[in-house]
Write a protein that binds this ligand. Structure first.
Ligand SMILES: Nc1nc2c(c(=O)[nH]1)N[C@H]1C(S)=C(S)[C@@H](COP(=O)(O)O)O[C@H]1N2
Ligand SMILES: [Mo]
Length: 523
C-alpha cells in the first residue's frame, strides 16, 4: 500500500467519524428545535418517545422507574425522580434516533458533493420523522430548521479553508456544528420554556371560587390541628402527583369530550360546557397511591368541585357490572360499577380549576379506593360485561380495591416545656378513622391521640345521592419523653372498629404497604 492510499483511508475514517459527530449535534439541535416550537406538550419529540418507553418497557423496569425511583426521590427531596429518569432516557433516545436518520442524508450530500443537498435532506428527514412521531407537522418545523441550520453552519465554517487539509476541514465542520447546536439548544430551551403551558386556562364560568368553596375551605382551615411541620387538612399545591406521563396531556377543552360507551342502552357524550352547566357539588376527598410507602408522602386531601359521576352514566342506562375508565394519555383502569356509585367527576380543585397535572379538564375520584382508579384526563367511561385488567393490574398490582388503614407520623416537635409532640395524618378510606393510638418506647400502653374534627363529606344537590365521607384526619399526641433515645409507634382504628394490621409488608407492591409506623426519637 502506498503512503498516499494509506493516508486516504485515514482520511475516510476521519470523515466518517466527523459525519457521526455532526449528526449527533444535529440530533441535539433538533430536539431543542422541537422543544422551541412545541414547548412541553405532546407535540414535543420527547413526548411520544417517553410514552413508547413507558409502554414498551418490561413491567419490572417500568415499576422500578415509576414506583421505586419516585419513592426514592420523595425521600431525598426530588419530585418525580422516576419520571425525570424516563425523560432523560427519552431525550437521549430522541437525539440518537434523529442523528441516525441524518447520517445517511449527510452521506448522500457528500456523495453529491452538495452542501445544499445535505442541508435540505437533513432538515426534511428531521421534520418528517417528528411529524410522524408526534402527528404535529406545524410544531415539527422548528426541529427541521434547527437540523438544517446546524448542517449549514458546519459546512460554512468548514468552507473557510486556510490550507487544503481535509483533517482540519472535518474538524472545523464538527466544531461549527457544535457551536450551532449550542446556540440552537440555548435558544430552543428559552423559547420552549415560554411555550410550555404552566397552568391550565381558567374558564370564565369557573373564574374566582364561589362562596361555598370559601366556606368549606374555611371549615378545613379551622379544623386543622395546630402542629408545627404538619400539613393542614387541605394539601393544595403540595398534593402528590403520580401518573405514567412525563409530558402531561395538554387538553384543549373545546375539543375534549367524555363519552359513556360499551354495554349501554345508548352512548352519551358530554362536552366540557355540558358538565360545567350541571349542578355543582363539592367533595373533601383523599387520595393515596398504592405505591405509597408506609410513612411516605403519596397521600393527600383536597376540596374538589364537580358532579356525581353516576348522573352522567345513568343517562346511558348501563347494562354491565364492570367499568373501564379511559383517558387521554391512553391510561385505563377497570373496577366494579358498584364503586362508581359514590364516584365523582371533578373539574375544580380547591379554589381553582383542576390543574393540568391532576387531570385537567376532568378526573374521576373514587372514594375509598387506591388512587390509581381515580383516572385523570378522563375521556371515556366504558361499561363492561366482565372483569378485565387495567394498566397496573396487567403489571401485577392489585390496586383497584379499598385502601389499607394507615396512621402516618410526620411531625416531631420538641416543645419548650420539655415535652415532645408528635403528629400526622390517618386515613382508612370510606371506613373513616375512629381512633389513633400512640405507644412510646414500645411499652404496651396505648395512648389515645387527639384527632382533628371530621371534615364534612361535601354537598349534594336536590335529588342526588348524599356524598360519602372519604377524608383523612390529623392526629396529635404530646408526652413527657423518657430519658434518651426512644421510639414512638402509631396505629389507627377504623370506623368499623378494626385495628390497623401490625404485619409489616416488605414493599407496597403489589397490594399496598401494611404495618405500624415507628419512629426513633432523640430528645
Ligand atoms: N390518566 C391517568 N390517570 C391516573 C394515572 C395515570 O397515570 N394516568 N395515575 C393514577 C394513579 S396511580 C394515582 S395514585 C392517581 C394520583 O392522582 P394525583 O396525581 O392527582 O395525585 O392518579 C391516577 N390517575
Ligand atoms: Mo397510584
Amino acid at each position: 500500500m502506498t503512503t498516499k492510499s494509506r493516508r486516504s483511508v485515514a482520511m475516510k475514517v476521519r470523515e466518517e467519524r466527523s459525519t457521526f459527530l455532526i449528526a449527533f449535534f444535529v440530533g441535539i439541535a433538533s430536539v431543542a428545535g422541537s422543544y422551541a416550537s412545541a414547548g412541553y406538550t405532546q407535540a414535543f419529540i420527547a413526548s411520544p418517545i417517553t410514552s413508547f418507553l413507558a409502554w414498551g418497557m418490561p413491567d419490572v423496569v417500568l415499576r422500578f422507574a415509576i414506583v421505586v425511583l419516585t419513592g426514592v426521590g420523595e425521600h431525598i427531596g426530588i419530585e418525580h425522580l422516576g419520571q425525570q429518569a424516563n425523560l432523560l432516557l427519552a431525550l437521549v433516545f430522541s437525539t440518537v434516533l434523529l442523528a441516525s436518520l441524518v447520517v445517511p442524508m449527510l452521506l448522500i450530500g457528500r456523495e453529491l458533493n452538495s452542501t445544499a443537498a445535505s442541508v435540505v435532506l437533513a432538515g426534511s428527514v428531521t421534520w418528517l420523522a417528528i411529524t410522524i412521531l408526534t402527528g404535529a407537522p406545524g410544531a415539527a418545523v422548528g426541529a427541521g430548521l434547527a437540523s438544517a441550520f446546524v448542517v449549514a453552519v458546519g459546512a460554512l465554517i468548514a468552507g473557510f479553508e486556510t490550507a487544503p487539509d481535509s483533517t482540519s476541514t472535518a474538524r472545523r465542520q464538527v466544531l461549527g456544528s457544535v457551536a450551532a447546536a449550542l446556540g440552537v439548544g440555548i435558544l430552543g430551551y428559552m423559547l420552549g420554556d415560554g411555550k410550555s403551558p404552566q397552568s391550565t386556562p381558567e374558564p370564565a364560568s369557573l373564574r374566582g371560587s364561589d362562596e361555598k368553596i370559601q366556606e368549606l375551605l374555611a371549615i378545613a382551615d379551622k379544623r386543622s390541628l395546630d402542629v408545627a411541620g404538619l400539613k393542614g387538612l387541605v394539601s393544595g399545591d403540595g398534593f402528590y402527583e403520580v401518573d405514567i406521563n412525563n409530558v402531561n396531556p395538554a387538553v384543549d377543552v373545546s375539543e375534549w369530550t367524555l363519552t359513556v360507551t360499551g354495554n349501554v342502552e345508548q352512548e352519551v357524550t358530554y362536552s366540557y360546557d355540558d358538565i360545567l352547566s350541571m349542578d355543582r357539588e363539592y367533595r373533601f376527598s383523599t387520595l393515596r397511591c398504592v405505591s405509597d410507602t408506609l410513612n411516605g408522602g403519596e397521600m393527600d386531601n383536597d376540596l374538589w368541585t364537580g358532579v356525581p359521576i353516576m348522573d352522567l352514566i345513568d343517562e346511558a342506562n348501563p347494562q354491565g357490572e364492570f367499568v373501564m375508565l379511559r383517558a387521554v394519555d391512553d391510561y385505563y383502569e377497570e373496577f366494579a360499577v358498584e364503586a362508581l356509585r359514590d364516584g365523582f367527576l371533578a373539574y375544580g380543585k380547591n379554589d381553582g380549576v383542576l390543574p393540568r397535572g391532576h387531570g385537567y379538564p376532568a378526573r374521576a375520584l373514587i372514594p375509598g379506593h387506591w388512587g390509581e382508579i381515580s383516572v385523570k384526563w378522563i375521556n371515556e367511561i366504558q361499561i363492561l360485561d366482565g372483569p378485565e385488567k387495567g394498566f397496573w393490574e396487567k403489571r401485577g398490582w392489585h390496586g383497584t380495591g379499598p385502601v389499607n388503614t394507615i396512621a402516618k407520623l410526620h411531625a416531631v416537635n420538641h416543645l419548650d416545656n420539655g415535652k415532645i409532640q408528635v403528629g400526622g395524618h390517618a386515613y382508612a378510606g370510606t371506613r373513616g378513622i375512629e381512633r389513633v393510638e400512640v405507644s412510646v418506647s414500645g411499652d404496651d400502653a396505648w395512648n389515645t391521640a387527639t384527632l382533628s374534627e371530621k371534615l364534612p363529606a361535601g354537598t349534594s344537590t336536590a335529588g342526588s345521592k348524599p356524598p360519602v365521607r372519604n377524608a383523612w384526619r390529623q392526629w396529635e399526641f404530646t408526652y413527657n419523653p423518657p430519658s434518651g433515645e426512644h421510639t414512638v409507634t402509631v396505629r389507627a382504628v377504623d370506623g368499623s372498629g378494626a385495628l390497623q394490621p401490625q404485619k409489616q409488608s416488605d414493599s407496597p407492591y403489589p397490594k399496598g404497604s401494611t404495618g405500624w409506623v415507628t419512629r426513633t426519637i432523640t430528645p
